[in-house]
Design a protein around this ligand. Structure first.
Ligand SMILES: *Cc1c(COP(=O)(O)O)cnc(C)c1O
Length: 287
């Protein structure tokens, strides 16, 4: 899969200067036009598995706006693999941009009711998928599994290790787990949860990197919960683009960046600290 190396840019803001904090942003959103940001790294070893598998088929799950489905469809298209997307909710006659894109990249869309979707990790449900689609490599919703954590950890190991803090947005936590695994244990990794009440997430992250304690899940910047946002957050994103020329979106990266600004204002970081924030992408060609 093509990979474009990405710039590291400093974000200059009067509030940062006043607090004596430096913030750098790794523009990982620019690593691939469609398989962008953390999704490139999370898919890397999963795609390797598909390549090794006789079926050359990837099956995965997502909601109708899923960045993961979008990226998986594009990656499989580029590599000549078959892809199946199990989509939560019923089919609408008019596809939204995400699903239309996935379909155009050859992804076979399989709609299941919200009720059945809840059982997507259960053996019975997976068996019905096997009856319908025969054999495939299954990648869970959001793409988080050991292969994804391994990919994200490789990304972390490629970063300049000298920052005091490494920051990323969190959905399922697979990316955060990889960053924790791959960044030096003497540094602190901060995950900004995009979900409200992400119960059990910290335990899941801990399972992926059991020996690590140098991380924290920040849960104050969900802005109402997953895929929810406020006018203030949208205003922040517009202002950030205007001030720094960097597009963010309201589901993940906008929440993280807004959280970083707020924590700096609150004096969360010691004067002299350096932060490296990861732009995990998710723009899907918008903005
Ligand atoms: C999927 C996604 C995330 C969340 O990654 P997880 O590994 O599920 O925590 C963060 N940012 C963007 C832009 C994403 O698309």
């Amino acid at each position: 899969m093509a990979y474009q190396s990405t710039p590291l840019v400093e974000i200059h803001d009067p509030a940062f200067a006043e607090a004596g904090i430096r913030v750098m942003l790794k523009r990982e959103d620019l690593n691939h036009p469609y398989v962008s940001g953390n999704k490139w790294w999370k898919l890397k070893y999963n795609l390797e598995k598909v390549f090794q598998h006789p079926s050359k088929t990837l099956l995965t799950f997502g909601g109708a706006y899923s960045n993961h489905l979008y990226a998986a469809a594009a990656a499989c298209h580029e590599l000549g693999f078959r892809s199946i997307g199990v989509v939560r909710g019923e089919e609408h006659p008019l596809l939204n941009d995400t699903l239309q894109f996935a379909k155009d990249r050859g992804m076979q869309l399989h709609y299941v009711s919200r009720e059945s979707y809840r059982h997507k990790t259960e053996a019975d449900f997976i068996e019905t998928l096997e009856k319908e689609f025969s054999s495939f490599v299954l990648v869970p919703e959001g793409g988080s599994n050991e292969e994804a954590v391994q990919g994200a950890s490789e990304f972390a190991a490629s970063l300049d290790p000298s920052f005091d803090y490494l920051c990323c947005p969190v959905g399922t936590g697979g990316t955060l787990a990889g960053l924790i695994r791959g960044y030096p244990p003497t540094k602190t990794v901060l995950g900004f949860s995009a979900l409200k009440g992400a119960y059990g997430m910290a335990e899941e992250i801990q399972r992926w990197c059991p020996s690590k304690t140098n991380w924290q899940l920040i849960t104050d910047y969900h802005f109402g919960g997953y895929a929810k946002f406020t006018p203030d957050l949208l205003q922040f994103i517009v202002q950030f683009k205007e001030d720094h020329g960097v597009p963010l979106e309201p589901i993940y990266t906008g929440k993280m960046m807004s959280g970083i600004f707020d924590l700096i204002k609150q004096g969360f970081f010691k004067r002299g600290s350096t932060l490296l924030a990861i732009h995990t992408g998710g723009l899907q060609g918008k903005y």
